[in-house]
Design a binder for this molecule. Structure first.
Ligand code: DSN
Length: 426
């Protein structure tokens, strides 16, 4: 078979796109070369249903070592006592938690998608909203902060089996202790989905969810800067609430029930090439340089937030504690959709996003979400955030001026040329 140059040429085009653009999608990042290298190895050839030491197929002795390394490294990052590194993505990690903790029709409580939540936290468009009875809390209109009073009221009224904290477009830290207090009152399990801020939590820059949340899920490819994937973790194990028993008739711990929910409950063979890449990324996170990176992420986010505010942009909650910010563009007379599409033409990539109490559909939106993990990996610093915001503002304020957008795209290309990406790839 000849080398498939059609696909490899497209991959090369994607490398060029990543190199010359300003990447501000809050959920994206650039992994190290060794993380990518692991994903393109023979580990992809191996079937390994089950867990290290308990597989259904032969020949798993090497992938057992790889997976054990990933588990142990992840546990030491978050001081967890148990971890499962097999979920293919964050949605699968959350699905496994629901399978292990809920019967169809049970109640869950999460942050409304339109207020910054996530599809898998009960959206009617998602399995979580179709299979379970979803209830929601939001953010306060005046402050943009999570409305903990509403969360408590709904929790007391509905008595959900799971309360989910976590978001995909929320720029502030969480009060996990307060959520745990009401969960204990109503008998709920607290699930923290830290997919977005996981890197900052790993670096100790945000509140630690593990002390108060029964179960923690995450993706590995956002602020953790690993391969695309998901994980589930527990620091303090407990009896599984569904009463699932082992063959001796003892109630299984939650960790064992979660292992069963991932496999055979939801997935078949784990992606051992991706697990190898996770192990490498977790090793990188354990290196002191990762904390320095996350500190820069936070400094960059704060510099960028200030630059937007100085130019009259309306940030939900007026700023950020983490790696992202949500901007309401209504005072700038441009929709999120038009902002995204116009910035794309200038090679500045971000996503349109609903803002709390948005009057536009999720396909149009009044806002944009901006994140700095990827540009921080490229090496951009605080002063570069001001340059970036100036470029964004120029494009948004001149969205119908094609020649200005074209000259800005050239400027963006030159600017990003100062921050080489994967020079080893030629
Ligand atoms: N799609 C991810 C994000 O952009 O936040 C969440 O799954």
């Amino acid at each position: 078979m000849q080398r498939d140059t059609i696909v490899f040429d497209l991959i090369r085009k994607e490398l060029d796109r990543q190199r010359h653009g300003i990447e501000l999608i809050a959920s994206e990042n650039f992994t190290s070369l060794q993380v990518m290298e692991a994903m393109g190895t023979v580990a992809t050839n191996k079937y390994a249903e089950g867990y290290p030491g308990k597989r259904y197929y032969g020949g798993c002795e090497v992938v057992d070592e790889i997976e054990t390394l990933a588990i142990e490294r992840l546990k030491s990052i978050f001081k967890a006592n148990w971890a499962n590194v097999q979920p293919h993505a964050g949605a699968q990690a959350n699905t496994a938690v629901f399978i292990a903790c809920l019967k169809p029709g049970d109640k869950i409580l999460g942050l409304d998608l339109s207020m910054g939540g996530h599809l898998t936290h009960g959206s009617p468009a998602n399995f979580s909203g179709k299979n379970y009875q979803a209830h929601f809390y939001g953010v306060k209109k005046d402050t943009g902060l999570v409305d903990y009073e509403q969360l408590e009221q709904v929790a007391r009224a509905e008595k959900p089996r799971i309360i989910i904290c976590g978001a995909s477009a929320y720029s502030r830290d969480w009060d996990y202790q307060r959520i745990r207090a009401v969960a204990d009152e109503v008998g709920a399990i607290v699930l923290a989905d830290i997919a977005h801020p996981a890197g900052l939590i790993a670096a100790g820059l945000l509140n630690d969810p593990f002390e108060y949340c029964h179960i923690v899920t995450s993706t590995t490819h956002k602020t953790l800067r690993g391969p695309r994937g998901g994980v589930i973790m527990i620091r303090h194990d407990f009896d599984n609430p569904m009463g699932v028993k082992d063959p001796k008739g003892n109630i299984r711990p939650m960790s064992a029930a979660l292992d069963l929910a991932v496999f055979p409950g939801m997935q078949g063979g784990p992606l051992e090439h991706v697990i190898a890449a996770k192990a490498i990324a977790f090793g990188e996170i354990l290196d002191p340089s990762f904390k320095v990176y996350q500190e820069q992420v936070r400094k960059n986010a704060q510099a960028m937030a200030k630059a937007f505010v100085d130019r009259g942009y309306n940030l939900i909650s007026n700023g950020t504690d983490n790696h992202l910010m949500l901007i309401d563009l209504r005072n700038k007379n441009i929709t999120g959709k038009k902002a995204q599409e116009t910035l794309d033409r200038a090679h500045i990539t971000l996503n349109k996003n609903s803002v709390p109490n948005d009057d536009k559909s999720p396909f149009v939106t009044s806002g944009i979400r901006v994140g700095v993990p990827a540009v921080t990996t490229r090496g951009l610093l605080e002063a570069d955030m001001e340059t970036t915001v100036a470029l964004i503002d120029r494009v948004l304020m001149n969205a119908d001026d094609e020649s200005l957008i074209k000259s800005t795209s050239t400027e963006v290309r030159e600017f990003m040329g100062r921050f080489p990406l994967y020079p080893e790839l030629g």
